[in-house]
Design a protein around this ligand. Structure first.
Ligand code: ZN
Length: 421
């Protein structure tokens, strides 16, 4: 952490840019390729028949991606999505206002988490305008709630990229200056979805022995090896201190509690901190390689603390999609089909050694946990609805196409829909 003020801010900018691109898919190549091969009807996609209402509690939908998000919900039997890329309110960009307006166009299918304006608040502290950046962000969060955001998302930039106000280091996840922000989230009843760290392999040498070799080949910039960032263990310890410090704030540790490689440690965290929940976003490949019987015990014990999520990134066209993780090439509709069918298969069947939703995350097969219906209902829908205090409307996601007006009501086939349960 010896870089100059300028370089620390510069480095943070690079990390944040990468995070933004990762979250929203790589923009720029808007080829409208998906229109060439039409999205097949839901029933033809080989999806397991959905018996369940589902909330995807972890997505990143860009403002122009709402229509596509609705198509995906319709196709794969998802009733609502939580967009964690809400951005922050106010000038100059009014990002949250834009995302909330886009979500409203979804007819109540998309709820939005705000992001905190870290860079703006830290820059103000840096310039001596207001040193109390935590209060600045807490005030902003109150405004975000007034505007319609239902939670706060903390990206991995906290701990890995946002600079300290003096620009000399990286702001710690448990930095005391941020306490007012996390306290305010609790006061406002806004859950905090927090991403700390990344797969442990991203800290290891990037060579053929690295189990994330394929992914790191496609995205060399995702490696933290030899980067001026804290160790994985330091990050996790600061995440734990943050959760411990705010018992009245509800935390959702994304990506399986930020430690999918070690479910035992996640279990210890859940035992210790009743204010902690986890989501499953983009980590089915990781948890799917654990012993399925052991994992089933985990789901049974923590059935009220786990939220289904995908980490889906949705833009206007196919090239801007992100299904948990992407390879070097833009993902295809076949990737989408594998992503959802393997995910349902993991939760709903006890099949052995099938392809994971995102094979690029590692060259292994996964085993399904085949959860009982009562637990599936909680993980897919009820837990999210309860802690987010949000329910997407029941019934079909998309209104029938105007051309369907001629078709008698009730005969429009919706084979993959849970029937509004
Ligand atoms: Zn995410």
């Amino acid at each position: 952490m010896t870089g100059s003020r300028r370089s620390a801010w510069g480095a943070a900018g690079v990390v944040l840019l990468l995070l933004a691109l990762g979250a929203l898919g790589v923009a720029g190549t808007m080829a409208h390729r998906w229109r060439a091969h039409k999205r097949p009807a839901a029933g033809a996609r080989g999806a397991k028949k959905a018996h369940f209402a589902r909330i995807d509690s972890h997505t990143h939908v860009s403002p122009d991606g709402v229509e596509r998000a609705l198509q995906i919900m319709e196709t794969w039997g998802i009733d609502g999505m939580v967009n964690l890329s809400g951005m922050s309110p106010g000038p100059p960009h009014h990002g949250l206002e834009t995302q909330l307006a886009a979500a409203r166009a979804s007819g109540g299918r998309i709820a939005v988490f705000a992001n905190a304006g870290f860079m703006k608040a830290l820059r103000m502290a840096n310039l001596g305008v207001r040193a109390d950046y935590g209060n600045v962000m807490a005030e902003e969060l109150a405004l975000s709630k007034q505007l319609g955001a239902i939670g706060l998302k903390i990206p991995k930039g906290l701990g890995l990229g946002y600079p300290t106000p003096d620009g000399k280091g990286v702001l710690a996840v448990d930095d005391p200056g941020l306490d007012p922000l996390f306290e305010k989230a609790g006061e406002l009843g806004m859950p905090v979805a927090i991403h700390t760290g990344d797969p442990k392999a991203f800290w290891l040498p990037v060579d053929t022995k690295n189990e994330r070799w394929d992914e790191l080949q496609a995205h060399p910039e995702w490696s933290f090896r030899d980067q001026p960032v804290p160790s994985w263990e330091e990050l996790f310890a600061s995440f734990e201190r943050r959760v411990a410090r705010h018992p009245k704030t509800t935390f959702i540790g994304v990506h399986f509690g930020n430690d999918p490689e070690d479910p035992d440690r996640v279990a210890q965290m859940l035992d210790k901190y009743p204010n902690l929940y986890i989501d499953t976003a983009a980590r089915v490949p990781e948890i799917g390689r654990r012993d399925a019987a052991q994992m089933r015990l985990f789901y049974e014990k923590y059935q009220d603390r786990i939220l289904f999520g995908t980490d889906l990134g949705v833009g206007a066209d196919q090239d801007s999609m992100m299904y948990g993780s992407n390879g070097a090439n833009p993902p295809t509709l076949e990737d989408e089909a594998r992503y959802f069918t393997s995910t349902w298969r993991y939760f709903e069947t006890r099949d052995k050694q099938f392809e994971s939703p995102t094979p690029i995350q590692g060259r292994w097969k996964i085993d399904g946990v085949g959860l009982p219906e009562a637990i599936l209902r909680k993980i897919y829908f009820e837990n999210a609805a309860r802690i987010l205090k949000w329910r997407p409307p029941p019934g079909p996601v998309m209104a029938p196409h105007p051309a369907a007006d001629a078709v008698p009501t009730g005969s429009v086939p919706l084979p993959n829909r849970p029937g509004g349960k």
